[in-house]
Ligand binder design. Sequence first.
Ligand SMILES: C[S@@+](CC[C@H](N)C(=O)[O-])C[C@H]1O[C@@H](n2cnc3c(N)ncnc32)[C@H](O)[C@@H]1O
Length: 293
Amino acid sequence: MTAVTAQANAVPTVAAARRKLAERFRNAGFDSPDLDARILVGHALALDHAALAAQAERPLSKQEADAVTALAERRLNREPVARIVGVREFWGLPFKLNRETLVPRPETETVVAAALAMLGAERGRPLLIADLGTGSGALLLALLAELPAARGIGTDISLGALACARANAIALGFANRASLVACDHGTALGGGFDLVVANPPYVARPEIADLPSEVREHDPHRALDGGPDGLSAYRAIVTDARRILTPRGILVLELGAGQLDAVRRLAADAGLASTIRHDLAGIPRALAVTVLP
Ligand SMILES: C[S@@+](CC[C@H](N)C(=O)[O-])C[C@H]1O[C@@H](n2cnc3c(N)ncnc32)[C@H](O)[C@@H]1O
């Protein structure tokens, strides 16, 4: 056997598999090739970050190398890493996902931060929270983690999403403070909510076809489709806000790009005052809404 053939047939080590994957992802133009490679190799080998480092020079078995290759192919077909591994971190907590849940986005953490800032000294009270369109339960459970005396209800029209949110509530230890309800936005809820949050579907239907394939082909359509102008869910939620909220209650809505003025107008038409919250990139990302006396 020549030296070249021997090298080609050499069994890659854990570190070499990571490097090779990162290089393929870099060549494919991915934003975070090294991170994607680390997560996928770790997932294929069932190794956490520390174990990956400790076993860096261990050669892969044929079965392990095949498992890495299979995940690499899925990623190169533009499947998001969170979909492949079935979990995504949000507000420092791990959220399991399924086919009916949106992958929680970092910018949605602006909604949590805005809600906590608005609550201020009220944070220790036994608040009642609603999360409309809860998906994986990201907003509701992040808030329950920060508000130890609060209870909350998450709603969704997707039973699959509600099952996922329920599993996350149990796994994260919030099952006794979180309820999940199938309904259209807040229609099945009574009043008396101190805080209502929502990251509603807000993509204008004609624009869904132009979304990157990572989003268009892997996030559920129901989580994206905001109706003909992207504002259908905002209309429904804002119109119902006065009924659901306590008189001093707060509604915090995530905004899609370019939707600030339209959503502010909807809020004003419903007799609500609003304050803008920006994300880390300085984009108006959340609208905090209160009921005008
Ligand atoms: C953009 S996703 C947000 C999910 C989650 N809150 C998050 O931030 O990751 C919107 C969610 O609203 C749900 N949804 C869509 N239309 C709805 C409706 N009419 N009533 C209740 N939930 C709805 C979708 O199933 C999806 O889970």
